[in-house]
Design a binder for this molecule. Structure first.
Ligand SMILES: [Zn+2]
Length: 298
């Protein structure tokens, strides 16, 4: 199981230094040092790159997924006064618990909900909280970055315990971990020669090199592709229920195993995207017409 820092050059991210290169955390986990954060308990890190006194050296720097996973949220938070753009990634079960990472105030989102991402894959750029619904900067350029060991970010991508109270501090401790400490513990230095890692006393270095892939992450579900020009997503498996959106041809999604037959159609329940728990028609039950396929359309 391998994780990397979300920022820095490839060499820096492989080096094992958290935070890599010239990056620093301007706020700190659980802290409310910066005046702007006095309204809440900080859930993660505020990553800044300062080069020769220029705090905007991180402007539009690439942001990478810290590990393999599935994007569960990737859009502007609808309230223009909070967050700007947010990406949340589901990394499956880690240490026996669900693991999610959040990247906020970002620019130029490159991934979509339901998309499978790899460790080190660029997902966006460092932003300033501005977005399509708020063209003006909300913060100096920095990456707000969190790691959560619960499903809170799947249910609430915008989660932010505020104001600064002991009760809210307890909530942060319940749902989040210190991302710097966590990444130091879970970073794997792949580039080190075996002879060097063999000299360490860590029991991790004794681990077999051919560890099986994680089986409990949703990528074990087959990927479905939209093959109709467009499909509508519904709250329930029927076309008279509330519509929650649509997906165009070529879009990929995951669906839980099993489905329901209703209105002459076979329906699947979506997992791992903003449409989590919603329904989409896969095909006509008599198989005369299909809307989704496990084969990517040509
Ligand atoms: Zn922050």
């Amino acid at each position: 199981m391998k994780f990397q820092a979300p920022i820095g050059t490839e060499e820096e991210r492989n080096s094992g230094k958290i935070w890599p290169g010239g990056w620093t955390d301007a706020t700190g986990f659980l802290n409310a040092k910066a005046p702007g954060y006095a309204y809440g308990i900080h859930t993660g890190a505020d990553l800044n790159l300062n080069v020769a006194g220029n705090w905007d050296a991180d402007r539009l720097a690439p942001v990478y997924s810290i590990g393999d996973g599935i994007v569960t949220y990737a859009q502007t938070w609808p309230n223009p006064n909070y967050w700007g753009n947010i990406i949340v990634i589901d990394h499956g079960m880690v240490d026996g618990k669900p693991l999610y990472s959040r990247y906020a105030h970002v620019a130029n989102i490159r991934v979509r909900p339901g998309e499978v991402v790899k460790m080190g894959q660029q997902i966006c750029q460092v932003g300033d909280g501005s977005s399509a619904i708020r063209p003006k900067a909300m913060f100096p350029f920095h990456l707000h970055f969190d790691i959560s060991y619960t499903k809170i970010l799947r249910e609430q991508p915008q989660n932010w315990p505020a104001p600064s109270t002991n009760k809210n501090k307890a909530l942060v401790i319940e749902h989040y971990v210190d991302p710097e400490k966590w990444l130091k513990e879970h970073h794997t230095v792949e580039s080190l020669p075996k002879a060097i890692s063999g000299n360490t006393t860590s029991s991790e270095s004794e681990a077999p090199t051919n560890t099986p892939p994680r089986s409990n992450i949703a990528p074990s579900l087959p990927t479905w592709y939209v093959i109709a020009p467009e499909v509508t997503i519904y709250k329930q498996p029927n076309t008279t229920s509330q519509k929650s959106g649509s997906l165009s041809r070529g879009k990929q999604i995951f669906m839980s195993t099993g489905g329901v037959r209703n209105q002459g159609m076979d329906w699947g329940k979506i997992v791992g995207s903003t449409f989590e728990g919603d329904w989409v028609a896969i095909r006509k039950s008599d198989q005369s017409e299909s809307y989704l396929s496990t084969n990517r359309p040509q």
